[in-house]
Design a protein around this ligand. Structure first.
Ligand code: PLP
Length: 494
């Protein structure tokens, strides 16, 4: 949005644009203030014809659209040739980094051989090979792979499969899905029902019936005397309240993105697994972000040692060089659909596109050959240490996350954990931080869907050199943000 490079303080900040998607949590970087006379052709066309996702497009009336034209390793370049450290892996996607010729070559070779064939009743070699490779890497008996074009489709598919599975087993009333507050599971109507972010849901109601929300694992905001596993137990309460015979599945991320990298408490997933088993409810692990090395393991569920019935994935499976997602189902879930005339009546034309599957195979080769999971495990401590070192700044309230997926929560008062109100948060994130970080060459996410956070999720090839660069930008910018908010507070007290 209208994040500006204006450093003059709250009273001089850009006016809040109207028609906003406040609370959408869009990363909303923005380029410098626009000079209409010298605007590039791309700028003009972007503003005239491109409908940007989750974006207050009005913000670009007087600011440049950040147009990223090229990438190399951990860095991307804009249309003016400026270099940015991609601390967000292009929205948690580009796990192997930018500019991998081998992935481009895999796409070209596949397009030449077989540009497209579908997986509806037919199959093609790359989908078969990728399904086998994914099954081999996936934990436990998760051996059946249903491809999609992205994460929302994977979540949509998992919920539909959960319903279809229960129906095949004589429990057709099981249709509800339990998800956690502030969780993001996608935007198609089914996935949106699991997405527990009010500003994203309310404009599109009524949603698909059957969404049930439970607390998340944000212990930073818990009373100190809470039982460590109360959030897991709240899932059981919700299932019992709804009537277990109506609940199809619980969907959880290993580390929850929405709200800022909420990690599970020790034993959380084991307790959830027990609860699901006790009530005949399926456990879906939404690993659209947390797989393919993001947490230092092929799958995030391995890090926390639980076995889901279904995993949903996307993004890092192909490092997003082409769109691809998947739902990986346990053998016991696929079993009712493997005999006689039964079919899972669901599909997407492009699910398992041959070019996407070829790229994903090449991508997995890179993750394996370069031991990127091991790189994350070896260096996550350095990333965490760098972020922890920022705790001396008055605005840094909490640091949390795992692997290469971390967030800093920004607070108004560290001791009381007081958060910023909506107006302050708007000024802090959009009036200052987002634009200033970008201007200084760091792409990361500022987000206030929950309490305000700055989130980092660098490519898995990153290491101490990049962490130093991140700190060299984050520290002065957060320090300036602290002062700015302090001035704001004293002005409002005056
Ligand atoms: C956990 C999770 N699930 C689902 C989705 C939706 O994926 P997509 O945007 O590819 O539809 C996302 C997107 O960020 C996600 O983070």
């Amino acid at each position: 949005m209208a994040a500006s490079a204006n450093l003059n303080g709250p009273l001089d900040a850009d006016p809040v644009p109207t028609g906003s998607t406040a609370g959408s949590g869009a990363p909303e970087p923005s380029g410098p203030a626009v000079n209409k006379g010298t605007e590039s052709r791309l700028q003009k066309l972007a503003k005239r014809n491109l409908w940007m996702h989750f974006t207050r497009m009005g913000s670009y009336e007087d600011h440049e659209v950040p147009v990223i034209v090229r990438g190399e390793g951990c860095y991307v370049y804009d249309e003016h040739g400026r270099r940015y450290l991609d601390g967000l892996s292009a929205l948690y996607c580009v796990n192997v980094g930018h500019g991998r010729a081998e992935l481009a070559d895999a796409a070209a070779a596949q397009a030449r051989e077989l540009g497209f064939y579908t997986n509806w009743s037919y199959a093609h070699p790359k989908a078969i090979e990728l399904a086998a490779r994914v099954a081999d890497l996936a934990p436990g008996n998760l051996n059946r792979v249903f491809f999609t074009s992205g994460g929302s489709e994977a979540v949509e598919s998992a919920w539909k499969l959960a319903k279809a599975y229960h129906a095949e087993r004589g429990e057709p009333r099981r249709h509800k899905i339990v998800s956690r507050n502030l969780a993001y599971h996608g935007t198609s109507m089914g996935a949106l029902t699991a997405t527990a972010l009010t500003p994203l849901r309310v404009p599109f109601e009524p949603l698909t019936p059957g969404g049930v929300q439970v607390p998340n694992t944000n212990s930073y905001r818990w009373q100190e005397d809470r039982d460590e596993l109360w959030a897991a137990d709240a899932i059981e309460e919700a299932i019992e309240f709804q009537g277990p015979e109506t609940v199809a599945a619980v969907i959880l991320e290993p580390v929850q993105n929405g709200g800022g990298c909420f990690v599970p408490q020790d034993g959380y997933f084991q307790r959830v697994r027990e609860i699901c088993d006790r009530h005949g409810v399926l456990l879906i692990s939404d690993e659209v972000i947390c797989s393919w090395g993001r947490l230092g393991y092929w799958f995030g569920s391995e890090r926390y040692d639980y076995l889901p019935d279904i995993i949903t994935t996307a993004k890092g499976i192909s490092s997003a060089y082409v769109p691809l997602g998947a739902m990986i189902a346990g053998d016991h879930i696929a079993e009712p659909f493997l005999h006689g005339k039964v079919a899972f009546n669901h599909g997407f034309t492009f699910g398992g596109h041959p070019v996407a599957c070829a790229v994903a195979l090449a991508n997995i080769d890179v993750i394996e050959r370069e031991r990127l999971c091991a790189n994350v495990l070896a260096n996550e401590g350095a990333l965490r240490g760098m972020l922890e070192s920022l705790r001396d700044l008055p605005i840094v309230g909490d640091v949390r996350g795992a692997g290469y997926f971390h967030a800093i929560e920004l607070v108004k008062d560290k001791d009381g954990k007081e958060t910023f109100n909506a107006e302050e948060s708007e000024d802090l994130l959009r009036g200052f931080l987002s634009g200033e970080l970008y201007r200084r060459g760091l792409i990361c996410r500022t987000d206030d869907r929950g309490d305000p956070i700055v989130q980092l999720s660098p490519p898995l090839i990153a290491g101490p050199e990049q962490f130093e660069e991140i700190e060299a930008i984050l520290r002065p910018v957060l320090s300036e943000a602290s002062e700015r908010m302090e001035r704001w507070s004293s002005l409002s007290r005056a």
